[in-house]
Design a protein around this ligand. Structure first.
Ligand code: GLN
Length: 474
């Protein structure tokens, strides 16, 4: 099925030629997903009955939607009504949301076959999909390696041909970094472009939902469908959603692409650097202007993120205390029950972040850490504002390395955190950014190229990404 599921247009052509009921097709999709899952484990589990139930609804909805019958995997932190949604955490075991996230409503309205529970790092804290309480997902390109994270399951499901597309969430890189490591197209939209109603919150000032797809056109199509103002998310912005997929062609002559020196640092794998430089050449040949720019506060972005994100996470995760959701530990009294439920329910990385976040918010440390980090965040945003006076988009690698071995960075949080050194700034500044495949390294593993844009400049990103996709020689 891998070739059949390669992109919406391809799949729809195949689907239109089928002379059987959609439920039979959905049954094949479920069986294929289950088979591939044995080695890749991109889904927490593949529930065939649930898929068939959803397929029945798709059939009833008629054949007119833009995503009619298209199987889309959804990360385990996006609520699907009555379907287990656990953030890959024990603390949410057995939790079935009583409502759909807005993005799910939109996908289903467009006719998509929504398939639950793509694996992820617990509560989306991670860059390797290894902190899931259900065990790691494996990279379909080499199953001894990680798929990246935290949307590792969503990325691997697309790369392995279990689904046509998926939805992930990105707080510091969790759509783009696994997108890069799995060789697919992965977009973090502008903060406010897509409603987060029904996304289980990690860091509310950074989180965005976005599409993970096999090609740029599908990314544009999916964003068209899921974007837009939602009264249920007060941070979603009321700006018209352009017809992204209709504006892809037309070339990029005259586009100015900024190259920030601060992103081409020691520690980038040699082949990653080579492929990214080749991508610059592709753009140059297509008539783009390549200019050097500077984002001087880049070196503070990682530390700034690891104060702000855990601070917000520690507050957002206070609601898991054994009463409202999921797991409740047996205990002698109320306080004991809170403590035991959280102690049993959260894994080590979640505990690390809650402790860190609580520390930087506590009185006496608030000004020194949290407030300072907020000021640095403003500086980082101002760097981008200045840079975008000189260029239309910014080009960088997505991640310093290709997929690493399972287990390799688990004992060294700092080296894990460094996986997101190039993706975090776009979250801090609220900017849209896309990762696209730009060839392979010497071991045959995919390299990702990141393009960052101006706020609500997704159309320009798609155009540039599409031009590369059509002209890349790798
Ligand atoms: N890897 C980063 C972290 O662990 C980003 C995670 C994300 O974007 N959800 O915080």
């Amino acid at each position: 099925m891998k070739d059949t599921l390669n992109g919406i247009a391809n799949y729809r052509k195949w689907l239109n030629a089928q002379k059987r009921a959609f439920s039979d097709i959905a049954s094949d999709i479920a069986e294929n997903a289950a088979k591939v899952n044995d080695s890749v484990h991109s889904f927490i589990s593949v529930d065939k009955d649930e898929i068939l139930l959803k397929a029945g609804n798709v059939e009833k909805s008629g054949h007119s939607g833009a995503l009619y019958g298209v199987p889309v995997a959804v990360k385990d932190n996006i609520c699907i009504k009555d379907v287990l949604t656990t953030c890959a955490s024990r603390i949410l075991e057995g939790f079935r949301p009583p409502y759909n996230a807005t993005v799910i409503e939109k996908l289903e309205k467009a006719g998509a076959l929504v398939i639950g529970r793509a694996n992820m790092d617990e509560f989306a804290f991670g860059s390797s999909c290894e902190t899931s309480c259900y065990g790691p997902t494996r990279n379909p390109w080499d199953i001894s390696r990680v798929p990246g994270g935290s949307s590792g399951g969503a990325a691997a499901a697309v790369a392995a041909g279990q689904v046509v597309a998926s939805l992930g969430s990105d707080t510091g890189g969790s759509i783009r970094q696994p997108g890069a490591l799995c060789g697919i197209v992965a977009l973090k939209p502008t903060y406010g472009r897509v409603s987060r109603y029904g996304l289980i919150a990690f860091a509310s000032s950074l989180d965005q939902i976005g599409p993970m797809t096999r090609n740029v056109e599908d990314s544009a199509k999916l964003l068209e469908i899921i974007a837009g103002h939602d009264p249920k998310d007060s941070t979603s912005v009321d700006i018209e959603v352009p017809n992204y997929s209709k504006e892809l062609g037309g070339g990029i002559e005259g586009l100015t692409i900024g190259i920030p020196g601060e992103y081409f640092i020691e520690g980038i794998a040699k082949d990653v650097l080579l492929r990214v430089k080749e991508a610059m050449e592709v753009y140059r040949k297509l008539g783009a202007r390549i200019v050097d720019i500077s984002l001087p506060h880049t070196k503070y972005a990682l530390s700034c993120y690891y104060i702000i994100a855990p601070a917000e996470a520690s507050s957002n995760l206070a609601r898991y205390e054994g009463v409202h959701y999921g797991r409740r530990a047996k205990a002698n009294d109320l306080i004991d029950m809170y403590i035991k439920s959280r102690n049993e329910g959260f894994g080590p990385e979640v505990k690390r972040r809650v402790i860190l976040g609580t520390y930087v918010l506590s009185s006496g440390y608030y000004d020194a850490f949290y407030l300072k980090a907020q000021k640095v965040r403003t500086k980082i945003k101002e760097d981008f504002d200045a840079a975008f006076k000189k260029c239309d988009i910014i080009l960088t690698p997505t991640s310093p390395t290709t997929a690493f071995k399972i287990g390799e960075r688990m004992d060294d949080p700092l080296s894990m955190y460094l996986s997101d050194v190039f993706t975090i700034p776009a979250n801090l500044a609220g900017l849209p950014a896309i990762s696209i495949p730009c060839g392979l390294d010497g071991s045959g593993l995919p390299v990702g190229l990141q393009l960052m844009g101006k706020p609500f400049g997704e159309a320009t990103l798609f155009k540039a990404a599409y031009a590369h996709e059509k002209n890349n020689i790798n």
